[in-house]
Design a protein around this ligand. Structure first.
Ligand code: ATR
Length: 271
């Protein structure tokens, strides 16, 4: 049976084995997908050993996504511009690297019927999470996308990697236009914090998305809710969406995500 892995450290919390097994079942694919803890200094050796022993593909999670980029024989543009790889495929003796995080986000936004074409998008954060989604968001042809970060120099630097007139950068205090969609790609929610942007940015037409998800609304979504935002979406659908894109790369069949998201949401609520 074809073997797949998710490699990370820590890895116990990973929902990828559940998600991929559900996809395999719904698409009638015979495969095995398991999670594997990798020691911090053993990543490259582990991946090579897995592919030498017949492995077909792997997802890469924290903290190895940047290292994964270095061991690929070939990279997609998405992975190169994201500076990180979350999907490896082993084809004809070569390791191919891709990054499906941004596609997962775009798919999830479209699934929620959010219009991206001709929209104005504010992306909060300039770390790895933000970097991974910029190209797929720009490909949806928004009118404008602003990367805003607490440390403005990082937003400026990130912006300079993309040659696109629609993309600009800002600090939090200088943000001064109207947005249809605000995406929180900072890690603030993980520590119970909020990116300190102006309340004025949240209007009744504003859709707010947090890449983090949890049992409760994230601090950012809670804040946006109190200010009357139009729609609140957390990152659970993005997680399943990026997995679906990896699965499609490996198996050439696109699995249905809805029921998997619903099951994960039910399990999360019961935790
Ligand atoms: P990763 O690569 O895992 O995304 P990172 O490079 O440390 O991690 O980036 C984390 C992002 O979250 C950064 O944009 C960071 O802002 P700074 O560059 O100013 O540090 C942002 N971030 C983290 N905690 C935050 C907080 N409490 N408020 C606002 N932004 C925060």
């Amino acid at each position: 049976m074809d073997q797949y892995r998710v490699f990370g450290n820590p890895i116990k919390q990973s929902r990828s084995p559940y998600i991929h097994q559900a996809f395999a079942q719904s698409t009638d694919q015979q495969l095995s997908y398991q999670s594997e803890l990798v020691e911090i200094n053993a990543f490259s050796a582990k991946v090579h050993q897995f592919f030498r022993s017949g492995g077909k593909g792997a997802n890469i999670t924290v903290p190895f996504k940047e290292q994964a980029l270095l061991l690929c024989d070939q990279l997609s543009d998405r992975a190169r511009l994201a500076g990180a790889v979350n999907t490896l495929s082993f084809i004809n003796g070569k390791i191919l690297g891709d990054n499906t995080d941004g596609l997962g986000l775009v798919q999830d936004l479209l699934r929620h019927q959010i219009t991206l074409k001709n929209s104005r998008i504010l992306l909060l954060g300039a770390g790895g999470a933000a970097k991974g989604v910029i190209l797929p968001l720009l490909e949806q042809q928004p009118t404008l996308m602003v990367i805003a970060n607490r440390t403005i120099s990082k937003a400026k630097n990130l912006c300079s990697h993309f040659n696109d007139k629609k993309l600009t950068f800002s600090g939090y205090e200088e943000i001064n236009c109207d947005f249809d969609l605000i995406i929180n790609a900072t890690s603030a929610s993980l520590s119970g914090n909020l990116p300190l942007i102006s309340k004025e940015l949240i209007k009744t037409k504003t859709v707010c998305y947090d890449m983090v998800y949890g049992k409760e609304l994230t601090p950012f979504l809670n804040w946006a809710k109190d200010l009357g935002a139009k729609q609140l979406i957390d990152g659970l659908g993005m997680l399943v969406g990026q997995a679906a894109e990896s699965f499609a790369l490996w198996r050439a069949v696109k699995p249905e995500v809805e029921s998997v998201i619903d099951n994960l949401r039910d399990a999360l609520v019961k935790e």
